[in-house]
Design a binder for this molecule. Sequence first.
Ligand code: OFO
Length: 168
Amino acid sequence: RLSKKIQTVLNSQMTKEAEAAQIYLSYGCWADSEGFGGIANYFFRHCQEEREHMMKFMQYILERGGTVKVEAIKAPPANPKNLQDCFEKTFKHEVENTTAIYNIVNLAHEEKDWATYNFGQWFVKEQIEEEKLVMGLLDRLKIAGGPKASDESLFALDMQLGKEPDSA
Ligand code: OFO
């Protein structure tokens, strides 16, 4: 059975995953309105992944006989200034999420709750992928010329990201 403390952190992570989905949703809308339909598509696909993460937490709490608390989701942050800002903020958010996941795994370890520890490992691995994916976005933007990227190279990047299957 889940301890009260573990139940609380799992519930709060479930809300965090829903918040992440809202951030990707909102950045996707922003990207689309800036003319980056491919990047928007990329963010929308990722939004869906975050919703799946949220469901994973929910299902796990229920499976362990815990109580799920569906809470309010914070509004996403203001629109980014440009693509660089958008990718940087996305990366920062993923790093914060990794920290939150580590805290859960740490607590599970302290409490010798090996089921939650094991459950958390899936997310530890997932976060490696998620961070790698966003670092890849930053790299590609840099190669395209960073703040001085030409319209052509941004167009090409947008096309690629629209089609590319997510590795995470
Ligand atoms: Fe982007 O991460 Fe969920 O966990």
